[in-house]
Design a protein around this ligand. Structure first.
Ligand SMILES: Nc1nc2c(c(=O)[nH]1)N[C@H]1C(S)=C(S)[C@@H](COP(=O)(O)OP(=O)(O)OC[C@H]3O[C@@H](n4cnc5c(=O)[nH]c(N)nc54)[C@H](O)[C@@H]3O)O[C@H]1N2
Ligand SMILES: Nc1nc2c(c(=O)[nH]1)N[C@H]1C(S)=C(S)[C@@H](COP(=O)(O)OP(=O)(O)OC[C@H]3O[C@@H](n4cnc5c(=O)[nH]c(N)nc54)[C@H](O)[C@@H]3O)O[C@H]1N2
Ligand SMILES: [Mo]
Length: 776
């Protein structure tokens, strides 16, 4: 696998001077437009993004207020749109020219940059080229393989979070009618822990806030999230909050630019000043994986103050009415808070006690608090208890189910939340399966299916033989890259339903298909006219998305049409007439209305401007938990964040590594080699580390190293030739870009109860990079 050339290695962090989202942002987008062969059309496309009648931005899952009439786009949404709306095409001629082996030599950036996939292709092992295949022949090949399996559980059906509700619903219906719950999905690597934790704590695995709550919060905590890059539209409500005097509190080991200070391109006057004025944010920089200890420390202060208040007859710190009426197990929780020692809290959190006290004050001083979080919280071994500690803290002061307060796991892919609602779930709830069975009258599989990590194990061990990917880039997004590649290559058949060429197309089974699909921006023409699809954002708002651009080729098909084609070839007309359904997506939405709670009258409501709110029981203080109440969860802090297998071998990591996104990528899609807000230019194969650590370990800033990950299973996991970059990062920590670092993430290193790879906590060691035996 080739890596990007280091065009211009910088040794030290050069601070970025501009504010996030200001002129720099606009200049970067303009640059992308000018490079595109489609500039004017792209601007028109962009203007329709996230407005009624336009399409949902394929970027992130941040939502918008329903009334807002603004032009809704951000720099990185613009990049995502522009990337999809290219005129460049990857067609039969392209594949005739390039063999799969030669394509493997290219970088991931180069592969995707070649353009849109425009016709169905089948791998020909004799020539090592992909060759055109007709749609019907492709569907028949899939059906043949699925019929040949001894059990439906030998097939894996992956979903990435861009699939629309209609595509996802049809897909899960087909897969369950075929006979399995094997639904590995991107959410398994993303917010799985949030769903698991919140389900147990408050009875709903989704965020409880809506867009309007941000206008009423007194404090907004942003933990383990980099919105300046990954959710730029979130900067606007944060800035508005700061303007009206609310407090934004950030907990992040890196001083992320977008959180430190920001401007918005839609306020040109303010942009002119290009002010560097820091906003009234408060910034705390914990150890990687230290957040649960931070939150526990905050709870410990609240408890101390509560006792003092009671003793002195002052007003209480806890919301007693809420706790009594709505919660369970508070005593057990407070006992575990008492039992947690300050020594352990301070050691594990990486923050001095005084800073934890300050955090506790900021939390206590606010009547209405929203806590937002993302991958810095969810990609750890103890993510579930960490998120439950967020919920505990919020329950103590009744910060749930009142305006301006609540829990806000900020989702990643634009429809990852909707896909779960539609049943893309390896552990589906019984009520959902019951509804399917009632409506469609077939025996629905009840056994749990495989999640992403389990699917890789199954393919590695030959227990799964067919892989179908509805979007995404499985080979690059998943952990332990070498083993995942082997897993895919073990398969009898791999099928990728994709918009663009990526490494998963080159990491294929004995037989392989590429099925080119339409994206959000494309007009989706079916028998009954152009079709809208729907998506659900992080605030449980469901709205329609209408493609605007003529597809590059009549050979491309929509995701629902492709799923229906596979289903019809495999199951005939059982349990539904698949091809009839996709003539008009209203017919799919009727089935969704019939089987999924909250979607009554879906077809009418989907047509309302701004869409509709699905509702959230926890936000209404109705608790769908085992106890019928919101549960305090009395979890202990982990005794050691470093895995016991590593300790058992007596190995001591040089540093702990987190893997993260640059400003110029969308997950495995690399738009460019810069990371503007972090001051990095023209390179991605870098490791950010503290200068003192670099020297302590015997290296020099700018030196190239190999990075090895420690695990204790005897396998070597190594990436080579990464440049050490001296950076403003807490001692003991390192950071590097995903997906290049995925070879370091052990398949066995997953979250307890979530199975999410621990991408934000990898114990590493360096070795001086060797070039022909010479140390460089
Ligand atoms: N432009 C763009 N937008 C995107 C994406 C993209 O790649 N590009 N990806 C989309 C997807 S699928 C997702 S899931 C989201 C991801 O959105 P984010 O979660 O913002 O993504 P990451 O880059 O993984 O950033 C993790 C942040 O958490 C911090 N962090 C790491 N470890 C810890 C920790 O232990 N504690 C704390 N407190 N902080 C920590 C890091 O310093 C970093 O700021 O963005 C979505 N939006
Ligand atoms: N080390 C490490 N690993 C991680 C993470 C991390 O932070 N660190 N983050 C994890 C997270 S949060 C996530 S969500 C996963 C992401 O995992 P995936 O969702 O599997 O990966 P993406 O890179 O988003 O997928 C990009 C590909 O999707 C296809 N595509 C784009 N748009 C469409 C569309 O509309 N339809 C279809 N059918 N295909 C489309 C294109 O072919 C493109 O190449 O990665 C996870 N992996
Ligand atoms: Mo994600």
């Amino acid at each position: 696998m080739s890596h990007h050339a280091d065009l211009n290695p910088t040794k030290r962090y050069k601070p970025y001077k501009g504010a996030a989202g200001g002129w720099g942002a606009l200049r970067s987008v303009t640059h992308a437009w000018l490079e595109s062969d489609n500039a004017l059309k792209n601007i028109r496309t962009l203007l329709k993004t996230n407005q009624h009648g336009g399409f949902d931005c394929p970027g992130c899952a941040w939502g918008e207020s329903a009334e807002s009439g603004m032009v809704k786009f951000c720099e990185n949404g613009a990049k995502a749109v522009n990337w999809e709306a290219t005129k460049r095409r990857v067609d039969a001629a392209f594949f005739a020219k390039h063999s799969v082996s030669t394509l493997r030599e290219q970088s991931d950036y180069w592969l995707e940059y070649q353009g849109r996939l425009t016709e169905p292709l089948c791998y020909d092992p004799d020539s090592d080229h992909y060759r055109p295949i007709g749609w019907d022949a492709a569907f028949a090949l899939i059906a043949k393989h699925l019929h040949n399996l001894e059990s439906p559980n030998q097939a894996e059906f992956y979903t990435s979070g861009r699939a629309s509700n209609e595509a996802a619903y049809l897909y899960q219906l087909f897969v369950r009618a075929y006979g399995t719950n094997n639904f590995p999905d991107c959410s398994n690597m993303c917010h799985e822990a949030s769903g698991v934790a919140l389900g147990q704590s408050v009875g709903v695995g989704k965020g409880s806030v809506t867009f309007e709550d941000f206008e009423h919060a007194d404090a907004i905590f942003v933990i383990g999230q980099n919105p300046g890059t990954n959710h730029p539209r979130m900067l606007e409500p944060l800035r508005e909050a700061v303007k009206r005097g609310a407090q934004v509190v950030c907990i992040n080991p890196l001083k992320e630019r977008g959180l430190e200070r920001f401007q918005h391109p839609q306020h040109p006057l303010e942009m002119l000043s290009n002010s560097d004025k820091p906003t009234n944010t408060a910034y705390f920089r914990p150890a990687l994986g230290g957040d649960m200890a931070v939150l526990r420390g905050m709870a410990k202060f609240l408890l101390t103050w509560e006792r003092e208040a009671l003793a002195k007859g002052h007003s209480a710190v806890f919301d007693h009415a809420f706790i009594e009426q709505h919660t369970a197990e508070v005593e057990a929780y407070l006992a575990v808070v008492d039992a947690t020692s300050w020594q352990q809290i301070v050691e594990q959190s990486g923050l001095p006690k005084a800073e934890i006290e300050q955090l506790a004050h900021l939390y206590r001083n606010a009547e209405r608090v929203i806590v937002c979080w993302a991958m810095g919280i969810t990609q750890h071994r103890h993510s579930v208890p960490t998120i439950q500690e967020i919920a505990n803290l919020m329950l103590l002061r009744g910060n749930l189910g009142k305006p301006g307060a609540g829990l806000c796991p900020v989702r990643g892919h634009s429809n990852v939340q909707g896909d779960r609602t539609m049943g893309i779930n390896d552990r589906p709830p019984a009520f959902f399966l019951d509804a399917l069975e009632r409506r469609f009258k077939f025996p629905v599989p009840r056994a749990d299916g495989h999640n992403t990590v389990e699917a890789i194990h199954a393919m590695l061990e030959g227990r799964a033989k067919v892989f179908i990917g509805l979007g995404g880039n499985f080979a690059m997004a998943t952990p332990d890259t070498t083993r995942t590649a082997q897993a895919l290559q073990n398969c009898e058949l791999t099928v990728q339903i994709s918009t663009k060429l990526n490494r998963s197309h080159l990491t294929m089974g004995k037989q392989a298909l590429i099925l080119p699909c339409l994206g959000r921006t494309d007009i989706d023409q079916q028998a009954n006219g152009p079709q809208a699809v729907t998506v659900e954002d992080s605030f449980s708002m469901v709205h329609a998305s209408n493609g605007q651009l003529q597809p590059l080729s009549p050979q491309m098909r929509s995701e629902p049409a492709i799923v229906a084609g596979i289903a019809a070839a495999t199951l005939g007309k059982k349990p539904v007439d698949w091809l009839w359904l996709v003539e008009d997506y209203d017919r799919i939405r009727e089935l969704i209305s019939d089987t999924i709670p909250g979607f009554n009258g879906f077809n009418q409501r989907a047509r309302e401007p701004g869409g509709f709110y699905l509702g959230n029981a926890a936000a209404q203080r109705r608790w769908n938990t085992s106890s019928g109440r919101a549960n305090f969860k009395a979890n202990s802090l982990p005794t050691d964040l470093v895995h016991e297998g590593i300790r058992a071998r007596g190995e001591v990591p040089d540093l702990i590594l987190q893997t993260m996104r640059s400003h110029d990528q969308y997950n495995t899609t690399i738009y460019g080699l810069d990371d503007r807000y972090r001051g990095v230019k023209g390179q991605r194969n870098v490791v950010f580390a503290n200068e003192a650590d670099i020297i302590r370990l015997g290296y020099k800033p700018g030196q190239k190293v190999d990075v090895l990950s420690l695990w204790g299973d005897g396998r070597e996991r190594r990436i080579s030739g990464f440049t050490l970059l001296a950076f403003d990062i807490p001692a003991g920590q390192a950071a590097a870009y995903y997906p290049e670092t995925n070879p370091l993430v052990p398949l066995e290193s997953v979250g307890d109860g979530s199975f999410t790879p621990t991408s934000k906590f990898i114990a590493i060691r360096f070795e001086a990079a060797r070039d022909n035996g010479r140390i460089v």
